[in-house]
Design a protein. Sequence first.
Length: 97
Amino acid sequence: MHRFYVPNIAFPAIDPTGPDSAKRSLTLDGQLARQLKTVLRVGIGDRIGLFDGSGLEWEVQIDQVDRTEVAVRLISTVESVPEPFARVTMLLGLARP
């Protein structure tokens, strides 16, 4: 599943199986819509991941693909696990001729 950073995502904290389907929809446009449509060639029913950098991630399903917009529907909300912190020390030994 492809994941995409969307800085101003507008999904409220709701139950994705709840009755209010209008709040579960979102329209993606601009460069992201172009990448989904033209580069990745997503189709209706494909699933992608959206995240906003605050630790939350949403799994969405493609509902509609237009020339300039891609409409998605919220499937589930996932709390993403941060990458483990690892300290790396790199040394370089130079040989003298």
